[in-house]
Design a binder for this molecule. Structure first.
Ligand code: NDP
Length: 286
């Protein structure tokens, strides 16, 4: 079987251009979009993520406001910063870069973000809205995967979908989204028995584990769509996913590479959430 590589970079770029057009239209009507990004401390990986988000905003015409705070900030001072951003009418989206330095309670900070500005989609209200089918922000990585499926012409309806990983930011919201797509959903995790039997049943396999090349051709069904969220390093230190992509070539029908698959979609969906925040916020004020 010929395996088609899903080019996440190209799809992400296409969506970013669409967003840029929408942002420009809003700007002409006098509406500007501002994302506030809060970075606490000096974590080098977090700094890179924040820089990527800033560059992506710049491309799309979204204003990014960086708020840099010292690693020894108190929980209360951090919560105050979030509250000020909540109340600032010029700010549409608030993102607190995770992980936070030791001693700070990330869950409390997420809960403090106004749900209508929660562009990461991590607030309990956003998660609840997704579960019961109400409008709200959806976590960016799973939302990006849905776009990858749609734009690759993959129909999920009635398909057996196995998601490996049950984190709050990827696995669980992914499960809700695939239900919304009318797939039959299984969420597997570290306690799943006979994991490889479970993954072999999947018409659509989505891995969000964080273990280099955990899955091989033997673990997937002939013709499966394989979506790999993993961002790992192999034994030579190269970036790789949870799936041994080369091994699955010829068996999967579609596969996302790492890098260049799911990764570029995450920041893209953050831009999309910032764009959507404008209509969500105007609905709130009606
Ligand atoms: P977490 O560490 O929060 O969750 C990992 C999940 O995998 C857990 O549910 C865990 O099960 C499960 N798991 C761990 N080991 C196994 C195993 N051997 N067999 C089956 N299940 C297992 O990770 P995240 O969800 O945050 O991220 C997952 C991966 O996706 C990481 O590589 C991360 O870097 C990447 N990622 C990529 C993004 C992108 O933009 N491309 C964005 C977000 C994440 P249990 O719950 O039982 O512990």
């Amino acid at each position: 079987m010929e395996t088609r590589i899903i080019d996440g970079k190209a799809i992400a770029q296409q969506i970013r251009e669409e967003i840029r057009e929408q942002v420009a239209i809003l700007k002409e009507k006098g509406t500007e979009i501002t994302l506030a990004v809060v970075l606490v401390g000096e974590d080098p990986a977090s700094k890179v993520y924040v820089r990527n988000k800033k560059n992506a905003c710049e491309f799309a015409g979204i204003i990014s406001r960086e708020i840099l705070l010292p690693a020894d900030i108190t929980q209360e001072a951090l919560l105050d910063t979030v509250r000020q951003l909540n109340e600032d009418p010029a700010v549409n989206g608030i993102l607190v870069q995770l992980p936070l330095p030791k001693g700070l309670d990330a869950d409390a900070v997420i809960r403090a973000i106004a749900p209508e500005k929660d562009v990461d989609g991590f607030h309990p209200q956003s998660v609840g809205a997704l579960s019961i089918g109400l409008p709200g922000f959806v976590s960016c990585t799973p939302a990006g995967i849905i776009e990858l499926l749609h734009r690759s012409g993959i129909d999920s309806e009635g398909k057996e979908c196995v998601i490996v990983g049950r984190s709050n930011i990827v696995g669980k919201p992914m499960g809700m989204l695939m239900l919304r797509e009318n797939a039959t959903v299984t969420i597997a995790h570290s306690r799943t028995k006979n994991l490889r039997e479970v993954t072999s049943r999947a018409d659509i396999l989505i891995t969000a584990v964080g273990k280099a090349k955990l899955f091989h051709a033997d673990d997937i069904k002939e013709g499966a769509v394989v979506i790999d969220c993993g961002m790992n390093r192999d034994e030579e230190g190269r970036l790789c996913g949870d799936v041994d992509t080369a091994d699955c070539m010829g068996k999967a029908s579609f596969i996302t590479p790492v890098p260049g698959g799911v990764g570029p979609m995450t920041v893209t969906m953050l831009l999309k959430n910032c764009l959507d925040s404008v209509s969500l916020q105007s609905e709130e004020t009606v």
